[in-house]
Design a protein around this ligand. Structure first.
Ligand SMILES: *Cc1c(COP(=O)(O)O)cnc(C)c1O
Length: 394
């Protein structure tokens, strides 16, 4: 017996649910890639991506997922043998660092904790030790999608500044852009990257990189540059060079619509929607945690991301819970990855999410906890409803 029907609901941290308008925007013929319309589409998107990153710098669109954009960002500013400092807080910055290593950089991981955010004072202390300035770039993720942590990029930027160290500050915003505040220029970030398929509600396949003037200056001497990723190549006068070949026309139609929806809502309103819905999830998890099985992976409340919540299962196998939610109810939760494989589940709340989606997901999880007799505090979903009712005024 099941109670599933209709569209399956993806509560995974990417790819995320796409608005119908975004899906429909792709249902049209391709454009002539040399047409004025195409040029304008690209120009409007590059300008709006810079708005999303909050930079006066340049933005670049790659036909790539986040892993591709990682490589694109690194190859444009680094040379073989350059030293990179990775700020660990889960899996993703470390993964970016592994890419740098495979490309020929020397990588040092500033040891972090899967349950805590990066500590800005530790970053400052490490940079002060590097008197010879051998570190060329610092890599960090704003949200680590595995651990569910939110890193205070503004504070890390201040710590870097206080140390007086000239390394480039490079930030992964794949799981946060369009969902949580990000201020590339104001926070002293030199290179930022993101992807289409999470907060930006667009199909997987587009990777974004933004660079300020300092990064573009360093770029001139970078020897990891290759034609496909190269910023200089992409700044050529011919439109096709912006994509190093044929433009991903339909993905651009989708992205145009998604950004239009986001700007129509207002970025600040979208951030607030994410905060409210994330807090609703946290209210529910906090109640369930009273059963001594479920808990927050991130121990400090202020360090929990507004885009994904990682819930540990304290020795209970999360697979039956996943299976129940998916097979009985049509809700797909994220699995624990990396160190949390088999020990956690993740609830994504990024991009095209609203109260019924989140309350529905929480209700289904609670239903599964009951059906599988996993000990939990009663009334988690009710706590989420109560909190949303108090916070969203009539
Ligand atoms: C998903 C994700 C990536 C990788 O993106 P892909 O498109 O899967 O290659 C990188 N960084 C973060 C923070 C992510 O959440």
């Amino acid at each position: 017996m099941t109670v599933r029907a209709g569209r399956e609901f993806l509560a995974i941290p990417g790819p995320t649910t796409m608005p119908d308008e975004v899906l429909q925007a792709m249902h049209r013929p391709a454009l002539d890639i040399y047409s004025e319309q195409m040029v304008q589409l690209t120009e409007s998107l590059l300008a709006d991506l810079s708005k999303l990153f909050a930079t006066k710098g340049h933005s670049y669109i790659h036909i790539a997922n986040g892993h591709g954009a990682w490589e694109g960002a690194l190859s444009n500013v680094l040379s073989r043998g350059d030293k990179v400092l990775v700020l660990e807080s889960g899996r993703f910055a470390v993964g970016w660092g592994s890419t740098a290593k495979a490309m020929g950089c020397e990588v040092e991981v500033l040891k972090g904790d899967w349950r805590r955010a990066v500590q800005p004072d530790e970053v400052e202390a490490r940079l002060r030790q590097d008197k010879a300035h051998t570190i060329r770039a610092i890599l960090v993720a704003q949200v680590d999608t595995a651990s569910g942590v939110w890193n205070d990029i503004e504070a890390i930027g201040k710590a870097i500044k206080a140390s007086g160290h000239p390394a480039l500050f490079m930030v992964d915003t794949v799981a946060s852009l369009g969902c949580m505040p990000f201020e590339m220029d104001a926070w002293g970030i030199d290179v930022a990257m993101s992807g289409s398929q999470k907060g930006l509600m667009t199909p997987p396949g587009l990777g974004f990189v933004a660079a300020n003037d300092r990064a573009r200056e360093v770029h001139k001497k970078a020897d990891l540059r290759t034609p496909y990723w190269d910023w200089t190549e992409r700044e050529g006068s011919e439109h096709y060079r912006k994509y190093a070949g044929t433009a991903p026309v339909h993905l651009l139609f989708a992205l145009r619509k998604a950004i239009d929806l986001l700007f129509a809502e207002g970025l600040e309103n979208a951030f607030e929607r994410h905060r409210l819905l994330a807090e609703a999830v946290r209210r529910a998890v906090a109640v369930w945690a009273e059963g001594q099985v479920l808990g927050f992976n991130i121990t400090e409340a202020a360090e929990r991301s507004n885009t994904v919540t990682t819930v540990t299962t304290n020795g209970y196998d999360p697979v039956p819970l996943h299976r129940y939610c998916k097979e009985k109810c049509g809700v797909v939760l994220g699995v624990g990855i990396g160190e949390l494989h088999g020990q956690a589940f993740r609830i994504a709340h990024m991009g095209h999410v609203n109260a019924p989606m989140i309350l529905g997901t929480l209700g289904v999880i609670e239903m599964a906890l009951n059906a599988l007799q996993i000990p939990h505090g009663k009334g988690g979903t009710a706590a989420a409803i109560d909190w949303l009712g108090e916070s969203v005024s009539a």
